[in-house]
Design a protein around this ligand. Structure first.
Ligand code: AMP
Ligand code: ZN
Length: 460
Protein backbone atom coordinates (compact mmCIF):
# COMPACT_ATOMS: atom_id res chain seq x y z
CA UNK A 1 0.00 0.00 0.00
CA UNK A 2 1.54 3.31 -1.07
CA UNK A 3 2.02 6.11 1.41
CA UNK A 4 1.03 9.57 0.18
CA UNK A 5 2.34 12.66 1.97
CA UNK A 6 1.63 16.34 1.51
CA UNK A 7 4.89 18.06 0.57
CA UNK A 8 5.09 21.76 1.47
CA UNK A 9 7.69 22.49 -1.23
CA UNK A 10 5.68 21.18 -4.19
CA UNK A 11 2.40 22.10 -2.47
CA UNK A 12 0.68 18.83 -3.19
CA UNK A 13 0.16 15.34 -1.91
CA UNK A 14 2.61 12.98 -3.58
CA UNK A 15 3.27 9.26 -3.40
CA UNK A 16 6.17 8.68 -1.09
CA UNK A 17 9.06 6.56 -2.30
CA UNK A 18 12.25 6.64 -0.23
CA UNK A 19 15.55 6.96 -2.10
CA UNK A 20 16.58 3.69 -0.45
CA UNK A 21 13.87 1.47 1.06
CA UNK A 22 16.53 -0.18 3.23
CA UNK A 23 17.34 3.15 4.86
CA UNK A 24 14.45 5.58 5.03
CA UNK A 25 15.65 8.84 6.60
CA UNK A 26 13.59 11.37 8.51
CA UNK A 27 14.54 14.43 10.55
CA UNK A 28 12.44 16.54 12.90
CA UNK A 29 13.62 19.84 14.36
CA UNK A 30 13.51 19.00 18.04
CA UNK A 31 13.05 20.97 21.22
CA UNK A 32 15.13 23.83 22.55
CA UNK A 33 15.74 22.60 26.09
CA UNK A 34 15.53 25.70 28.26
CA UNK A 35 12.25 25.14 30.13
CA UNK A 36 9.20 22.85 30.27
CA UNK A 37 7.71 22.11 26.85
CA UNK A 38 4.07 23.05 26.27
CA UNK A 39 1.47 20.84 24.63
CA UNK A 40 1.88 22.73 21.32
CA UNK A 41 5.59 21.82 21.25
CA UNK A 42 4.56 18.18 21.52
CA UNK A 43 2.23 18.26 18.52
CA UNK A 44 5.10 17.76 16.02
CA UNK A 45 6.71 15.18 18.32
CA UNK A 46 3.49 13.13 18.47
CA UNK A 47 2.35 13.40 14.85
CA UNK A 48 5.80 12.61 13.46
CA UNK A 49 6.16 9.77 15.96
CA UNK A 50 3.04 8.39 14.31
CA UNK A 51 4.68 8.80 10.90
CA UNK A 52 7.78 7.02 12.25
CA UNK A 53 5.54 4.12 13.35
CA UNK A 54 3.78 4.00 9.96
CA UNK A 55 7.13 4.00 8.12
CA UNK A 56 8.49 1.26 10.39
CA UNK A 57 5.46 -0.86 9.68
CA UNK A 58 5.82 -0.32 5.93
CA UNK A 59 9.61 -0.67 5.53
CA UNK A 60 10.59 -2.65 8.65
CA UNK A 61 11.73 -1.05 11.89
CA UNK A 62 15.42 -1.66 11.18
CA UNK A 63 15.13 0.25 7.89
CA UNK A 64 13.89 3.59 9.20
CA UNK A 65 16.34 6.10 10.66
CA UNK A 66 14.58 8.92 12.48
CA UNK A 67 16.64 11.73 13.97
CA UNK A 68 15.10 14.32 16.29
CA UNK A 69 17.69 16.76 17.55
CA UNK A 70 18.12 18.50 20.87
CA UNK A 71 18.89 22.20 20.52
CA UNK A 72 21.17 22.69 23.50
CA UNK A 73 22.86 25.94 22.52
CA UNK A 74 20.59 28.93 22.09
CA UNK A 75 20.05 32.48 23.38
CA UNK A 76 17.10 31.38 25.53
CA UNK A 77 19.26 28.71 27.17
CA UNK A 78 22.00 31.27 27.82
CA UNK A 79 19.46 33.64 29.36
CA UNK A 80 18.09 30.91 31.67
CA UNK A 81 21.62 29.86 32.70
CA UNK A 82 22.64 33.47 33.40
CA UNK A 83 19.49 34.10 35.42
CA UNK A 84 20.12 31.04 37.61
CA UNK A 85 23.86 31.59 37.63
CA UNK A 86 24.66 28.04 36.42
CA UNK A 87 26.42 26.44 33.47
CA UNK A 88 24.16 25.92 30.40
CA UNK A 89 24.56 22.14 30.81
CA UNK A 90 22.70 22.33 34.15
CA UNK A 91 19.70 23.75 32.27
CA UNK A 92 19.96 21.57 29.17
CA UNK A 93 20.55 18.29 31.08
CA UNK A 94 17.57 18.95 33.31
CA UNK A 95 15.15 19.82 30.51
CA UNK A 96 16.40 17.11 28.15
CA UNK A 97 15.62 14.55 30.85
CA UNK A 98 12.17 16.06 31.46
CA UNK A 99 11.48 16.19 27.72
CA UNK A 100 12.32 12.48 27.40
CA UNK A 101 10.10 11.58 30.36
CA UNK A 102 7.17 13.62 29.02
CA UNK A 103 7.70 12.09 25.56
CA UNK A 104 7.55 8.57 26.99
CA UNK A 105 4.32 9.47 28.84
CA UNK A 106 2.84 10.56 25.49
CA UNK A 107 3.73 7.22 23.91
CA UNK A 108 6.46 8.78 21.74
CA UNK A 109 9.06 6.19 20.75
CA UNK A 110 12.67 7.21 21.31
CA UNK A 111 13.95 8.35 17.89
CA UNK A 112 16.73 6.28 16.30
CA UNK A 113 19.11 9.22 16.81
CA UNK A 114 18.98 12.21 19.12
CA UNK A 115 21.88 14.43 18.00
CA UNK A 116 22.75 17.45 20.12
CA UNK A 117 23.90 20.79 18.75
CA UNK A 118 26.86 20.95 21.16
CA UNK A 119 27.95 17.50 19.95
CA UNK A 120 28.28 18.78 16.35
CA UNK A 121 30.23 22.04 16.62
CA UNK A 122 33.08 20.57 14.57
CA UNK A 123 30.69 19.65 11.73
CA UNK A 124 29.11 23.12 11.86
CA UNK A 125 32.53 24.75 11.56
CA UNK A 126 33.33 22.52 8.58
CA UNK A 127 30.03 23.43 6.91
CA UNK A 128 30.57 27.16 7.46
CA UNK A 129 34.17 26.90 6.14
CA UNK A 130 32.86 25.30 2.94
CA UNK A 131 30.29 28.09 2.49
CA UNK A 132 33.01 30.72 2.98
CA UNK A 133 35.33 28.98 0.52
CA UNK A 134 32.62 28.84 -2.16
CA UNK A 135 31.56 32.48 -1.76
CA UNK A 136 28.14 31.78 -0.19
CA UNK A 137 29.16 33.31 3.11
CA UNK A 138 31.17 36.30 4.32
CA UNK A 139 32.72 37.51 7.56
CA UNK A 140 31.78 40.79 9.23
CA UNK A 141 32.50 42.05 12.75
CA UNK A 142 33.17 38.62 14.23
CA UNK A 143 30.09 37.13 12.52
CA UNK A 144 29.84 34.80 9.56
CA UNK A 145 26.77 35.48 7.46
CA UNK A 146 25.09 33.57 4.69
CA UNK A 147 24.60 35.62 1.56
CA UNK A 148 21.02 34.96 0.52
CA UNK A 149 21.57 36.53 -2.92
CA UNK A 150 24.16 33.82 -3.66
CA UNK A 151 21.44 31.15 -3.73
CA UNK A 152 18.83 31.23 -6.50
CA UNK A 153 16.51 28.82 -4.77
CA UNK A 154 15.92 31.02 -1.74
CA UNK A 155 12.18 31.24 -1.02
CA UNK A 156 11.13 28.14 -3.04
CA UNK A 157 9.93 26.22 0.03
CA UNK A 158 7.64 28.95 1.30
CA UNK A 159 6.77 30.03 -2.23
CA UNK A 160 7.31 33.69 -1.52
CA UNK A 161 9.77 36.11 -2.97
CA UNK A 162 12.40 37.66 -0.81
CA UNK A 163 10.63 41.03 -0.47
CA UNK A 164 7.36 39.47 0.79
CA UNK A 165 9.21 37.21 3.18
CA UNK A 166 11.10 40.03 4.74
CA UNK A 167 8.00 42.19 5.06
CA UNK A 168 6.18 39.56 7.11
CA UNK A 169 8.98 38.23 9.27
CA UNK A 170 11.14 39.53 12.01
CA UNK A 171 14.58 39.64 10.49
CA UNK A 172 17.38 41.09 12.53
CA UNK A 173 18.58 44.37 11.05
CA UNK A 174 22.31 44.80 11.57
CA UNK A 175 24.79 47.17 10.03
CA UNK A 176 27.26 44.39 9.24
CA UNK A 177 24.80 42.57 6.93
CA UNK A 178 25.28 43.09 3.19
CA UNK A 179 21.57 42.37 2.74
CA UNK A 180 18.87 42.47 5.44
CA UNK A 181 17.86 38.88 4.58
CA UNK A 182 21.36 37.48 5.21
CA UNK A 183 21.42 35.25 8.25
CA UNK A 184 23.97 34.35 10.88
CA UNK A 185 26.02 31.15 10.60
CA UNK A 186 28.42 32.00 13.41
CA UNK A 187 28.40 34.79 15.97
CA UNK A 188 30.69 36.02 18.72
CA UNK A 189 29.72 35.16 22.30
CA UNK A 190 29.40 37.65 25.13
CA UNK A 191 31.16 37.20 28.47
CA UNK A 192 29.82 34.16 30.34
CA UNK A 193 28.18 32.83 27.18
CA UNK A 194 29.31 29.46 25.81
CA UNK A 195 32.02 29.85 23.20
CA UNK A 196 34.02 27.59 20.89
CA UNK A 197 37.24 28.30 19.01
CA UNK A 198 36.93 28.44 15.24
CA UNK A 199 38.87 29.70 12.21
CA UNK A 200 36.46 32.66 12.20
CA UNK A 201 37.12 33.61 15.80
CA UNK A 202 35.65 32.37 19.09
CA UNK A 203 31.87 32.17 19.23
CA UNK A 204 28.89 29.91 18.67
CA UNK A 205 26.76 28.69 15.78
CA UNK A 206 23.48 30.16 14.54
CA UNK A 207 20.40 28.01 15.04
CA UNK A 208 19.81 27.17 11.34
CA UNK A 209 23.38 25.94 10.95
CA UNK A 210 22.90 23.42 13.74
CA UNK A 211 20.20 21.44 11.92
CA UNK A 212 22.05 21.46 8.56
CA UNK A 213 25.22 20.07 10.18
CA UNK A 214 23.39 17.45 12.25
CA UNK A 215 21.45 16.23 9.21
CA UNK A 216 24.57 16.01 7.05
CA UNK A 217 26.55 14.15 9.70
CA UNK A 218 23.85 11.73 10.83
CA UNK A 219 21.63 11.15 7.81
CA UNK A 220 23.50 12.31 4.69
CA UNK A 221 23.19 15.12 2.15
CA UNK A 222 19.65 14.35 0.92
CA UNK A 223 17.10 12.90 3.33
CA UNK A 224 13.69 11.48 2.54
CA UNK A 225 11.58 13.51 4.96
CA UNK A 226 12.22 16.73 6.84
CA UNK A 227 9.51 17.69 9.32
CA UNK A 228 8.65 20.48 11.72
CA UNK A 229 5.99 22.96 12.80
CA UNK A 230 4.50 25.35 10.23
CA UNK A 231 6.20 28.30 11.88
CA UNK A 232 9.57 26.85 10.90
CA UNK A 233 9.00 27.06 7.12
CA UNK A 234 10.40 30.59 7.09
CA UNK A 235 13.06 31.44 7.95
CA UNK A 236 14.38 28.25 9.62
CA UNK A 237 13.78 25.67 6.89
CA UNK A 238 14.37 28.10 4.07
CA UNK A 239 17.77 28.80 5.65
CA UNK A 240 18.56 25.14 6.26
CA UNK A 241 17.93 24.50 2.55
CA UNK A 242 20.10 27.42 1.46
CA UNK A 243 23.10 26.35 3.57
CA UNK A 244 22.86 22.64 2.82
CA UNK A 245 22.32 22.97 -0.92
CA UNK A 246 25.13 25.49 -1.31
CA UNK A 247 27.46 23.24 0.67
CA UNK A 248 26.45 20.15 -1.35
CA UNK A 249 26.63 21.15 -5.01
CA UNK A 250 22.93 21.98 -5.09
CA UNK A 251 21.60 18.52 -4.24
CA UNK A 252 18.25 18.86 -2.42
CA UNK A 253 18.25 18.70 1.38
CA UNK A 254 14.99 16.77 1.64
CA UNK A 255 12.72 15.01 -0.83
CA UNK A 256 9.57 15.71 1.23
CA UNK A 257 8.88 18.63 3.58
CA UNK A 258 6.15 18.05 6.16
CA UNK A 259 4.73 20.71 8.47
CA UNK A 260 2.19 20.43 11.25
CA UNK A 261 -0.47 23.02 11.96
CA UNK A 262 -0.70 24.94 15.19
CA UNK A 263 -2.44 24.08 18.39
CA UNK A 264 -4.32 26.93 19.97
CA UNK A 265 -6.27 27.68 23.11
CA UNK A 266 -9.59 28.99 21.87
CA UNK A 267 -8.76 31.47 19.16
CA UNK A 268 -5.20 32.14 20.22
CA UNK A 269 -1.97 30.55 19.18
CA UNK A 270 -0.31 29.03 22.21
CA UNK A 271 3.06 30.51 22.92
CA UNK A 272 5.34 31.11 25.83
CA UNK A 273 5.46 34.82 25.06
CA UNK A 274 1.64 35.13 25.21
CA UNK A 275 1.70 33.38 28.60
CA UNK A 276 -1.17 31.05 27.68
CA UNK A 277 0.77 27.80 27.59
CA UNK A 278 -0.27 24.47 29.02
CA UNK A 279 2.80 22.61 30.10
CA UNK A 280 2.72 18.88 29.41
CA UNK A 281 4.42 18.37 32.73
CA UNK A 282 1.34 19.86 34.47
CA UNK A 283 -1.24 18.29 32.16
CA UNK A 284 0.22 14.86 32.98
CA UNK A 285 -0.70 15.39 36.62
CA UNK A 286 -4.36 15.60 35.61
CA UNK A 287 -4.65 13.37 32.57
CA UNK A 288 -3.15 10.06 31.50
CA UNK A 289 -0.57 10.55 28.72
CA UNK A 290 -2.75 8.52 26.34
CA UNK A 291 -5.57 11.04 26.69
CA UNK A 292 -3.18 13.83 25.63
CA UNK A 293 -1.81 11.76 22.73
CA UNK A 294 -5.30 10.75 21.52
CA UNK A 295 -6.43 14.39 21.72
CA UNK A 296 -3.37 15.56 19.75
CA UNK A 297 -4.13 13.00 17.05
CA UNK A 298 -7.84 13.79 16.89
CA UNK A 299 -7.38 16.49 14.23
CA UNK A 300 -5.51 16.08 10.96
CA UNK A 301 -1.89 17.11 11.57
CA UNK A 302 -1.97 19.96 9.04
CA UNK A 303 -5.16 21.47 10.48
CA UNK A 304 -5.25 23.77 13.46
CA UNK A 305 -6.23 22.05 16.69
CA UNK A 306 -8.21 23.80 19.38
CA UNK A 307 -7.09 22.57 22.80
CA UNK A 308 -9.97 22.68 25.28
CA UNK A 309 -10.92 20.99 28.56
CA UNK A 310 -13.93 19.59 26.73
CA UNK A 311 -11.68 17.86 24.18
CA UNK A 312 -9.77 16.21 27.01
CA UNK A 313 -12.91 15.11 28.85
CA UNK A 314 -14.43 13.69 25.68
CA UNK A 315 -11.19 11.85 24.89
CA UNK A 316 -10.99 10.43 28.41
CA UNK A 317 -14.56 9.11 28.08
CA UNK A 318 -13.78 7.43 24.74
CA UNK A 319 -10.65 5.79 26.13
CA UNK A 320 -12.56 4.62 29.22
CA UNK A 321 -15.09 3.00 26.91
CA UNK A 322 -12.34 1.34 24.86
CA UNK A 323 -10.55 0.02 27.91
CA UNK A 324 -13.91 -1.17 29.27
CA UNK A 325 -14.32 -3.30 26.14
CA UNK A 326 -10.77 -4.62 26.46
CA UNK A 327 -11.46 -5.48 30.07
CA UNK A 328 -14.54 -7.46 29.07
CA UNK A 329 -12.39 -9.23 26.45
CA UNK A 330 -9.60 -9.92 28.94
CA UNK A 331 -10.03 -13.69 28.73
CA UNK A 332 -10.31 -13.79 24.93
CA UNK A 333 -7.07 -14.85 23.25
CA UNK A 334 -6.33 -12.32 20.49
CA UNK A 335 -5.86 -13.59 16.97
CA UNK A 336 -2.91 -12.66 14.82
CA UNK A 337 -2.32 -8.96 15.40
CA UNK A 338 -2.77 -7.02 12.19
CA UNK A 339 -4.40 -3.63 11.86
CA UNK A 340 -7.35 -3.62 9.42
CA UNK A 341 -6.55 -2.39 5.94
CA UNK A 342 -9.01 0.54 6.18
CA UNK A 343 -7.18 1.96 9.18
CA UNK A 344 -3.79 1.52 7.53
CA UNK A 345 -5.09 3.12 4.33
CA UNK A 346 -6.30 6.15 6.31
CA UNK A 347 -2.86 6.62 7.88
CA UNK A 348 -1.14 6.10 4.53
CA UNK A 349 -3.29 8.91 3.15
CA UNK A 350 -1.15 11.73 4.56
CA UNK A 351 -1.75 10.54 8.14
CA UNK A 352 -5.51 10.95 8.09
CA UNK A 353 -5.93 10.40 11.83
CA UNK A 354 -9.61 11.51 12.07
CA UNK A 355 -10.46 8.73 9.62
CA UNK A 356 -8.17 6.23 11.36
CA UNK A 357 -9.83 7.04 14.70
CA UNK A 358 -13.26 6.49 13.12
CA UNK A 359 -12.08 3.03 11.97
CA UNK A 360 -10.85 2.28 15.48
CA UNK A 361 -14.23 3.27 16.89
CA UNK A 362 -15.95 0.92 14.42
CA UNK A 363 -13.70 -1.94 15.57
CA UNK A 364 -14.79 -1.35 19.16
CA UNK A 365 -18.45 -1.19 18.16
CA UNK A 366 -18.09 -4.53 16.36
CA UNK A 367 -16.22 -6.03 19.33
CA UNK A 368 -19.00 -4.93 21.70
CA UNK A 369 -21.62 -6.55 19.48
CA UNK A 370 -19.71 -9.75 18.70
CA UNK A 371 -21.21 -12.93 20.12
CA UNK A 372 -19.03 -15.58 18.45
CA UNK A 373 -15.68 -16.32 20.07
CA UNK A 374 -13.88 -16.34 16.71
CA UNK A 375 -15.14 -12.80 15.98
CA UNK A 376 -14.05 -11.58 19.39
CA UNK A 377 -10.58 -13.09 18.87
CA UNK A 378 -10.19 -11.52 15.44
CA UNK A 379 -11.44 -8.11 16.56
CA UNK A 380 -9.28 -8.10 19.67
CA UNK A 381 -6.23 -8.84 17.51
CA UNK A 382 -7.14 -6.01 15.14
CA UNK A 383 -7.75 -3.60 18.00
CA UNK A 384 -4.41 -4.35 19.69
CA UNK A 385 -2.50 -4.02 16.41
CA UNK A 386 -4.26 -0.72 15.62
CA UNK A 387 -3.43 0.53 19.11
CA UNK A 388 0.21 -0.37 18.59
CA UNK A 389 0.36 1.45 15.27
CA UNK A 390 -1.28 4.55 16.75
CA UNK A 391 0.74 4.39 19.98
CA UNK A 392 -2.46 3.98 22.03
CA UNK A 393 -4.14 1.32 24.20
CA UNK A 394 -0.82 0.25 25.67
CA UNK A 395 -2.16 -0.16 29.23
CA UNK A 396 -3.43 -3.25 30.89
CA UNK A 397 -7.22 -2.49 31.13
CA UNK A 398 -7.37 -3.04 34.92
CA UNK A 399 -4.38 -0.75 35.36
CA UNK A 400 -5.97 1.91 33.13
CA UNK A 401 -8.97 2.28 35.41
CA UNK A 402 -6.85 2.35 38.51
CA UNK A 403 -4.22 4.88 37.50
CA UNK A 404 -4.14 8.02 39.53
CA UNK A 405 -5.17 10.71 37.08
CA UNK A 406 -5.13 13.46 39.59
CA UNK A 407 -3.16 14.21 42.69
CA UNK A 408 -6.26 15.37 44.57
CA UNK A 409 -8.29 12.16 44.24
CA UNK A 410 -7.82 8.97 46.22
CA UNK A 411 -5.13 6.49 45.31
CA UNK A 412 -6.09 3.17 43.73
CA UNK A 413 -5.35 1.37 47.00
CA UNK A 414 -7.69 3.64 48.97
CA UNK A 415 -10.45 3.09 46.44
CA UNK A 416 -9.85 -0.68 46.53
CA UNK A 417 -10.35 -0.49 50.29
CA UNK A 418 -13.62 1.47 50.00
CA UNK A 419 -14.95 -0.99 47.41
CA UNK A 420 -13.95 -3.96 49.59
CA UNK A 421 -15.57 -2.36 52.66
CA UNK A 422 -18.80 -1.86 50.71
CA UNK A 423 -18.76 -5.50 49.58
CA UNK A 424 -18.27 -6.79 53.10
CA UNK A 425 -21.09 -4.49 54.36
CA UNK A 426 -23.36 -6.04 51.73
CA UNK A 427 -22.28 -9.52 52.72
CA UNK A 428 -23.17 -8.66 56.31
CA UNK A 429 -26.49 -7.24 55.08
CA UNK A 430 -25.53 -3.85 56.54
CA UNK A 431 -27.40 -2.03 53.78
CA UNK A 432 -27.13 1.40 55.37
CA UNK A 433 -23.32 1.15 55.49
CA UNK A 434 -23.17 -0.28 51.95
CA UNK A 435 -25.29 2.63 50.67
CA UNK A 436 -23.18 5.15 52.50
CA UNK A 437 -20.02 3.74 50.93
CA UNK A 438 -21.59 3.71 47.48
CA UNK A 439 -22.61 7.34 47.98
CA UNK A 440 -19.03 8.18 48.97
CA UNK A 441 -17.69 6.45 45.85
CA UNK A 442 -20.24 8.30 43.68
CA UNK A 443 -19.06 11.60 45.08
CA UNK A 444 -15.51 10.64 44.16
CA UNK A 445 -16.77 9.89 40.62
CA UNK A 446 -15.83 6.23 40.99
CA UNK A 447 -18.11 3.94 39.02
CA UNK A 448 -18.62 0.52 40.60
CA UNK A 449 -19.93 -2.37 38.53
CA UNK A 450 -21.12 -5.37 40.51
CA UNK A 451 -20.59 -8.68 38.75
CA UNK A 452 -20.76 -12.37 39.62
CA UNK A 453 -17.08 -12.42 40.62
CA UNK A 454 -17.19 -9.33 42.81
CA UNK A 455 -17.10 -5.62 42.02
CA UNK A 456 -14.88 -3.74 39.61
CA UNK A 457 -14.41 -0.01 39.61
CA UNK A 458 -13.18 2.77 37.36
CA UNK A 459 -12.81 6.51 37.52
CA UNK A 460 -15.76 8.16 35.79
P1 AMP B 1 10.77 24.97 20.16
O1 AMP B 1 11.13 24.08 21.32
O2 AMP B 1 10.22 26.29 20.59
O3 AMP B 1 11.90 25.08 19.16
O4 AMP B 1 9.54 24.29 19.37
C1 AMP B 1 9.53 22.93 19.01
C2 AMP B 1 8.52 22.67 17.94
O5 AMP B 1 7.19 22.96 18.39
C3 AMP B 1 8.68 23.48 16.65
O6 AMP B 1 8.63 22.55 15.57
C4 AMP B 1 7.47 24.39 16.60
O7 AMP B 1 7.06 24.58 15.27
C5 AMP B 1 6.45 23.59 17.37
N1 AMP B 1 5.40 24.41 18.00
C6 AMP B 1 5.58 25.42 18.88
N2 AMP B 1 4.38 25.90 19.29
C7 AMP B 1 3.42 25.16 18.69
C8 AMP B 1 1.97 25.17 18.72
N3 AMP B 1 1.26 26.00 19.49
N4 AMP B 1 1.32 24.24 17.95
C9 AMP B 1 2.01 23.37 17.20
N5 AMP B 1 3.36 23.31 17.12
C10 AMP B 1 4.07 24.19 17.86
ZN1 ZN C 1 15.83 22.59 12.13
Amino acid sequence: MTIALYDTRTRRKRDFEPANAKEVTMYLCGPTVYSYAHIGNFRPAVVFDLLFRVLRQQYGSEHVVYARNITDVDDKINAAAAEQNVDISVITDKFTKIYREDSAALGILPPSLEPTATGHIEQMIALISRLLATGHAYQAEGHVLFSVKSFDGYGKLSGRDLKDMLAGARVEIAGYKQDPADFVLWKPSGTNEPSWDSPFGPGRPGWHTECSAMIEHNLGTTIDIHAGGQDLIFPHHENEIAQSMCAHDNVPLARFWLHNGFLDLGSEKMSKSLGNVKLVHDLLKQWPGEVLRFALLSAHYRSPLEWTAELLQRTQTVLNRYYGTLRRLADVAADEQTAPSGLIAALHDDLNTPQAMAKLSTLFKQANQATELADKQRLKGQILASGQLLGLLSHDPEGWFKQDGSADTLSAREIDELVAARLSARKNKDWAEADRLRQQLNELKIIVEDGPDGSIWRRG
